[in-house]
Design a binder for this molecule. Structure first.
Ligand SMILES: *Cc1c(COP(=O)(O)O)cnc(C)c1O
Length: 367
């Protein structure tokens, strides 16, 4: 059987170093707010190429904290509009509505799955304050043109970098450093995964970073002084110690994913199955390898019978969810087509060439 993402094996690749890191924390007696977290923040800020990294409890909190900080700083107020791709994972949108802000869903392009840049300006109103771009599936979703639109209209550019740690532009700038602020997730299944929940905000804006740090600490800039109605959102020392190990191997793991993606791209040949437009190698870290077919559920069942485990990212788009029932009547045909046809093939730094070839054979024999 070929698993979709065998997390035990992903961790096992570096098990000696990870065991050492975890035991070091266990024996230290310091479990929160210690040296592992600050060392990870320094290393991650340097890796991404920004001045500030503030860790927090998870990726949703990271995005929520950025928006709340902008509200506390007077940059945004409840009711303001944030542009976001309609085909994103729900957490991008939850961070917006969770702050009383209004998500404006923008259709993606079918061939790239990225927000359709030609539609961005048509959605801008006097209340638009930011564009949240999402590097979905590990693909770079940024361009000089996108940054230019934000500059011209005075919008903050926020990156949801939950799925794309290590991804780069053509001239080597990392995702997470391309806008005003970025939210990162270290959920175990992400490219840089911890052994539980963890997240971070990266930014070059020192005031934003300090506001996020205060908000994540009950709104407290100093002990027992509270400036905001904040929350408790911390990364713990064990996760930070694990992430320090895994960060050292992230580029290697992403290269392993690129190798798998190259085999799939070369090998998959079936008129019923299509793939999105390819990007330059450094601009895709292949969090997910998506294929598309009108007979998605049949393909998934066929692969299951051949021993290949797949996942759908995602079966129901945000605007068709009960939690956003006000949007249920919206028609977003490109988003709906993506959600109807997407199927994610096994992808990880530990899948073997032999297994990949088996998956390719199974996909190619689907009729
Ligand atoms: C995983 C994910 C998040 C949320 O991260 P968590 O750590 O699970 O809270 C946000 N946005 C996207 C695109 C994601 O894939």
């Amino acid at each position: 059987m070929i698993e979709f993402l065998p997390l035990g094996k992903v961790t096992g690749k570096y098990s000696d170093e990870i065991h050492e890191a975890v035991l070091r924390v266990v024996d230290s007696g310091r479990y929160l707010g210690g040296g592992e977290v600050s060392a990870f923040e320094t290393a991650y800020a340097e890796y991404i190429g920004v001045h500030n990294c503030v860790t927090c409890a998870n990726g949703l909190d990271a995005l929520w904290l950025i928006l709340r900080a902008y509200i506390e700083m007077g940059v945004m107020s409840p009711g303001d509009e944030i542009l976001v791709p309609a085909n994103t994972f729900i957490a991008s949108i939850l961070a917006i509505t969770g702050n009383g802000l209004k998500p404006v869903l923008v259709e993606p392009r079918w061939d790239t799955l990225e927000i359709d840049e030609s539609l961005i300006e048509t959605h801008i109103t006097s209340r638009t304050k930011a564009l949240m771009t999402v590097h979905l599936y590990g693909r770079l979703s940024w361009s000089g043109e996108m940054a230019g639109i934000c500059r011209r209209h005075g919008l903050k550019l926020i990156e949801d970098n939950a799925q794309a740690q290590g991804c780069m532009t053509l001239n080597g700038r990392r995702t997470g450093s391309l806008g005003d602020a970025a939210g990162h997730s270290f959920y175990p299944g992400k490219n840089l995964g911890s052994l539980g929940d963890a997240g971070a905000v990266t930014t070059n804006d020192g005031i934003l970073a300090e506001t996020v740090r205060t908000l994540a600490n009950y709104g407290s800039p100093r002990k027992y002084i509270f400036d905001y109605q904040g929350r408790n959102s911390r990364m713990d020392e064990i996760q930070a110690a694990v992430l320090r190990v895994k960060l050292r191997h992230l580029d290697e793991d992403n290269d392993a994913r690129r190798h798998v993606a190259a085999l799939y791209t070369e090998g998959i040949c079936n008129p019923l199955v299509s793939m999105p437009v390819m990007l330059p190698a450094q601009s895709n870290v292949w969090h997910i390898f998506p294929v598309f077919t009108e007979r998605r559920d049949e393909l998934q069942e066929y692969l299951w019978k051949r021993g290949v485990r797949t996942v759908i990212h995602y079966p129901v788009p945000p605007h068709r969810q009960r939690c956003y029932s006000g949007w249920n009547g919206l028609s977003l045909p490109v988003t709906e087509r993506i959600h109807d046809r997407e199927l994610s093939l096994p992808m990880s730094p530990v899948i073997t060439d032999e297994e990949v070839l088996e998956v390719i054979d199974a996909v190619n024999t689907f009729r």
